[in-house]
Write a protein that binds this ligand. Structure first.
Ligand code: NAX
Length: 326
C-alpha cells in the first residue's frame, strides 16, 4: 500500500491538537493506510510540538509510520500527498483586515512556492488558516505544477454549523437536514442557503415557517458563530474546526452519495457568474478522484444578492493581496 504523506502547518496550535490524532487514527484514510506526518511550525514552538509527537507515539496508532517535525517548508512539504495549511498569525487587537491579509498572505505565498517545488505533483491542498479563501487563492496562484482541482479552502465548518442550527430550530435530527450549501467567503458575508436545503426531504420553509428567522437570525448566527465562540470560550473554535477538516478530507476522497453535495471553497470555473479562478465556496460533488461544482441550484433574488455581497468581498481581498505577486 502506498504511504500517504500528510503535511500540517501550525501543528502545535489549537486546531492541530484536535486534528492530528484523528488524521492518523484510520478514520479518514482507512485502518490499513500507512501515514507519514510532517508537522511544520515556527521555530519557537518546535519544543512544544515534540510534546505532541510524544502523545502521538503514546497512542500507538498502527497507521502512523513516521513523524517529522520541522520549521523548514522545503523539508516539510517534500513528497506531500496532502498539505493541510492551518498555521498563520491570528488577528490582533487594532489590526486592520488588510494588514492581516498581507501578513498571512506572505506566509502562504512562501508555503505555496515550497509546495509547488517539493510536494507530490498530485498533492491536495486544504487551506484552513484565515482568511482561508484568499490564502488558498495565493497558494493556488503560485503552484504552477499542481492542478487547480487540488486546492480547497475549508467552509464545511460553516455548513455543519448551519445544519445544526436548522435542525435545532426544527426540532429535527441533524441527519434529516440535507442539501445545505454555504456560498462565498469564510467570513461574515458567507451565505448559508436555506432556500434550497431540505429537512426530511421537504423544503426548509415548509418545516420552519418563520421566514424572518431564516432570513436574519439564522444567517447571522452562522456568519458570526466564530466570534460567538470566542466570546463564550475565550478562544476560537478548534475541535469543531478539526472535525470539519476530517469531514472535508473524507468527502473529497469518497464518492458523494447520489443527490447530496457538500460545501467547499474551490476555484470557480465561472459558474453562477463567479469570477473564474476565485476561491469561492460552492456546493460540490466528488467521485473520489475529482470534483465538480453542482450547476443546477436555483437561486432566487435574495440568494443572488447575498452571494454577490460575498463575491464583492472576495474580489476586494484578491485586490489587496495582488501586490504580493509583483
Ligand atoms: P493557533 O494560534 O492556536 O495556532 C496557529 C499555529 O500556527 C500556531 O502554533 C503558530 O505558531 C503557527 N504558525 C504561525 N505561523 C506559521 C508559519 N509560518 N508556519 C507554520 N506554522 C505557523 O490557531 P488555531 O486556533 O489553531 O487556528 C488556526 C487558523 O485556523 C487561524 O488562522 C484561524 O483563524 C483559522 N480557522 C479557520 C476556520 C475555517 O473554518 N476555515 C475555523 C477555525 C479557525 O478560526
Amino acid at each position: 500500500m502506498k504511504k500517504i504523506r500528510i503535511a500540517v502547518t501550525g501543528a502545535a496550535g489549537q486546531i492541530g491538537y484536535s486534528l492530528l490524532f484523528r488524521l492518523v487514527s484510520g478514520e479518514v484514510f482507512g485502518k490499513k493506510a500507512e501515514i507519514e506526518l510532517s508537522l511544520i511550525e515556527v521555530p519557537q514552538l518546535l519544543g512544544a510540538l515534540k510534546g505532541v509527537v510524544m502523545e502521538l507515539e503514546d497512542c500507538a496508532f498502527s497507521c502512523l509510520k513516521k513523524v517529522l517535525v520541522t520549521d523548514q517548508v522545503e523539508k516539510g512539504f517534500e513528497g506531500a500527498d496532502w498539505a493541510v495549511l492551518v498555521g498563520g498569525v491570528p488577528r490582533k487587537a487594532g489590526m486592520e483586515r488588510g494588514e492581516l491579509l498581507t501578513i498571512n498572505g506572505s506566509i502562504f505565498l512562501g508555503q505555496g512556492k515550497a509546495i509547488d517545488q517539493y510536494a507530490d505533483k498530485n498533492c491536495r491542498v486544504l487551506v484552513v488558516g484565515n482568511p482561508c479563501n484568499t490564502n488558498a487563492y495565493i497558494v493556488k496562484s503560485v503552484c504552477r505544477r499542481i492542478s487547480e482541482q487540488n486546492f480547497f479552502a475549508l467552509t464545511l465548518l460553516d455548513q455543519n454549523r448551519a445544519v445544526a442550527q436548522l435542525a435545532m430550530k426544527a426540532g429535527a435530527d441533524v441527519k434529516s437536514v440535507s442539501r445545505l450549501a454555504v456560498w462565498g467567503n469564510h467570513s461574515a458575508t458567507q451565505y448559508p442557503d436555506f432556500d434550497n436545503a431540505l429537512i426530511d426531504g421537504k423544503p426548509v420553509s415548509e418545516v420552519i415557517k418563520d421566514k424572518q428567522w431564516l432570513k436574519t437570525t439564522f444567517i447571522e448566527t452562522v456568519q458570526k458563530r466564530g466570534a460567538a465562540i470566542i466570546e463564550a470560550r475565550g478562544k476560537s473554535s478548534a475541535a469543531s474546526a478539526a472535525n470539519a477538516i476530517i469531514d472535508a478530507i473524507k468527502k473529497v476522497i469518497s464518492p458523494t452519495p447520489q443527490g447530496e453535495f457538500f460545501s467547499m471553497a474551490v476555484a470557480s470555473d465561472g459558474s453562477y457568474g463567479i469570477d473564474k479562478g476565485l476561491m469561492f465556496s460552492f456546493p460540490i460533488v466528488s467521485n473520489g478522484e475529482s470534483w465538480e461544482i453542482v450547476k443546477d441550484i436555483p437561486l432566487n433574488a435574495f440568494s443572488k444578492q447575498k452571494i454577490q455581497e460575498s463575491l464583492e468581498e472576495l474580489k476586494m481581498e484578491k485586490m489587496e493581496v495582488s501586490r504580493l505577486f509583483v
